[in-house]
Design a protein around this ligand. Structure first.
Ligand SMILES: [Zn+2]
Length: 167
């Protein structure tokens, strides 16, 4: 039995999930629909306000007009595969113009780690990821949760990004 897709914030808008990693939507939520074949006419007709897809899928969606996309892009990753790079984050932001939420999904569809609305790294949601101990942050997150996080950007990195955007 697979686990359902977990939308990062509440309330959940109409969300098209473009992979077959999760339990079917009927059992989880009416606003979440699975499109295991990926993006196509059927997904477009659903008029999703949010899209959950892999980095590769999102790269191919760059330049595709999706007027209904107003809420979020959820970037789905598997453990051990390359994480979303800053370059891709910038590309997706410029292309989709909605907040990005990174998620790492286990083989059964279980949410292992998730970016929250504070966008300060990924909260560890379940066991199953191998993370270097010195990469784990235990300070409370600006979102209010106190679960450990990783992938928190350093202050220097954030300042570099701000400088790049200001140019
Ligand atoms: Zn948080």
């Amino acid at each position: 039995m697979r686990e359902p897709f977990v939308y990062p914030v509440s309330p959940v808008p109409r969300t098209a999930v473009l992979v077959d990693w999760f339990r079917s939507a009927v059992l989880s939520s009416q606003s979440i629909r699975m499109f295991p074949q990926g993006w196509g006419a059927e997904a477009a007709q659903f008029e999703p306000a949010a899209i959950a897809a892999t980095i590769e899928q999102l790269r191919t969606l760059c330049g595709v007009p999706i007027p209904s996309l107003t809420h979020a892009v959820i970037v789905l990753e598997r453990p051990g595969t390359p994480r979303l790079t800053e370059a891709n984050r910038t590309l997706f932001w410029h292309n989709f113009r909605v907040p990005l939420f990174e998620q790492i999904i286990g083989p059964s569809g279980l949410l292992l780690a998730a970016e929250c609305q504070a966008h300060e790294g990924l909260h560890i949601e379940a066991q199953g990821l191998q993370i270097a101990q010195d990469g784990i942050h235990t300070k409370p997150c600006p979102c209010g949760r106190e679960t450990p996080r990783f992938g928190v950007r350093s202050v220097a990195e954030i300042e570099r990004r701000a400088a790049a955007y200001a140019r």
